[in-house]
Design a binder for this molecule. Structure first.
Ligand code: PLP
Ligand code: SF4
Length: 345
């Protein structure tokens, strides 16, 4: 029987049969360090007999998380060094992150903000802090876009989201509002008509970026929830983290990108994994990522191609790190053969 509600502790995972009882003491130590939650929708997708289940690997704690390796950093992409006021990260002149909450519907074992999210993490912004964050944005005419993230902003009630939208509506120079979320896939029932209306409350050009890492997350209910968002006139884009043993093979990645496009979600970023603490077991190399990008380019529609992105450790910004095709007077075709370029005259 799949659970009826979100499981929020190692004991709840054991009760639901998702982790073996003998592993409970060790996994309770992991859960004491990094928040645990898996929604009923995601728990129902797990095949407990499959040791390598890609949904289980994303959400069920593992003892490997207690191992730290060189280069790992509690703030791997330098959010804190670019945070002028609580809840705002301002790294690029024309856009800011607004983080109204650090709660999520699920807690991903590879989360790059794992030291900030969850019940022990940073608190949800108070009304006064939200005022200060909006005042910061209002005072800077160069801020063209506000990216509402967290945590996951779609765990907030439609009333709270509407309030944020109405505040942003008053800032004339903000033209675009982008929400980053996992909710339409991991808890599609939250995407009600009221929620969709709240997303549009700013009256700006609104986008929703869905984070999903495996095609199985795009269940019929998830696809229907995304359909409600897109039908309301909100374009959707995707974000995926490249994860060892979860989606680091060409078939899995192709199936995911196609599932996005079938759902009217334009693949946006494939993120190279960040150096978050205790995540070495989920990391791939850039060489592996580039080989996967080449495989995608050779096999599937141009609509299905994300940009492969590295967020440079320390807060130095995002750059594309996809494969190059030009080399010293030759260009490589999608099948890997070299041709002279420019063509011989
Ligand atoms: C990722 C990120 C953004 C958004 O980057 P895009 O390339 O526009 O998607 C903005 N600000 C910060 C601090 C970020 O980490
Ligand atoms: S939903 Fe995003 S912020 Fe929340 S745990 Fe997953 S990766 Fe981290």
């Amino acid at each position: 029987m799949p659970p009826a509600h979100t499981l929020r502790s190692a004991a709840a995972l054991a009760d639901a049969g998702l982790i073996a009882p003998e592993r409970l003491p060790a996994l309770e130590r992991v859960a004491a360090q990094y928040a645990v939650a898996i929604t009923a929708d995601m728990a129902a997708l797990i095949e407990p007999a499959n040791q390598a289940d890609p949904i289980a690997r994303q959400f069920l704690p593992q003892v490997a998380e207690l191992v730290s390796t060189p280069g790992e950093d509690p703030d791997p992409i330098g959010d804190l060094t670019h945070s002028p006021v609580e809840g705002v990260v301002h790294r690029y002149a024309d856009r800011v992150l607004l983080k109204p909450t650090h709660t999520c519907a699920v807690y991903c074992r590879f989360c790059f903000r794992r030291e900030m999210v969850g019940p022990e993490g940073l608190k949800t912004l108070s009304p006064a802090q939200l005022d200060a964050a909006c005042a910061y944005i209002a005072a800077r005419p160069e801020i063209w876009e506000v990216i509402v993230t967290g945590g996951d902003p779609l765990v907030l009630s439609p009333r709270r989201l509407r309030d944020i939208g109405e505040r942003l509506a008053q800032i004339e120079h903000v033209k675009v509002v982008r929400f980053h979320t996992r909710v339409p896939a991991v808890d599609p029932s939250l995407i009600t008509g009221e929620m969709v209306d709240a997303l549009k409350a700013s009256g700006k050009a609104v986008y929703v970026a869905l984070h999903a890492n495996h095609a199985r997350e795009l269940t019929p209910a998830a696809r229907a929830a995304c359909g409600r968002i897109v039908d309301a006139g909100i374009p959707m884009i995707s974000q995926t983290v490249l994860l060892a043993g979860i989606n680091d093979d060409p078939q899995t990645l192709s199936a995911l990108m196609r599932a996005f496009v079938e759902t009217r979600i334009k693949p946006y970023y494939l993120h190279h994994h960040d150096y978050a603490p205790g995540t070495a077991h989920l990391r791939t190399t850039i060489d592996e990522g580039q080989a996967l990008m080449k495989a995608l380019r050779g096999a599937i529609s141009g609509l299905c191609q994300p940009t492969y992105i590295l967020d440079i450790p320390g807060g130095h910004g995002k750059v594309p790190v996809g494969p190059g095709y030009l080399d010293n007077g030759t260009v490589e075709d999608p099948e890997g053969r070299a041709h002279p370029y420019p063509p011989a005259g």
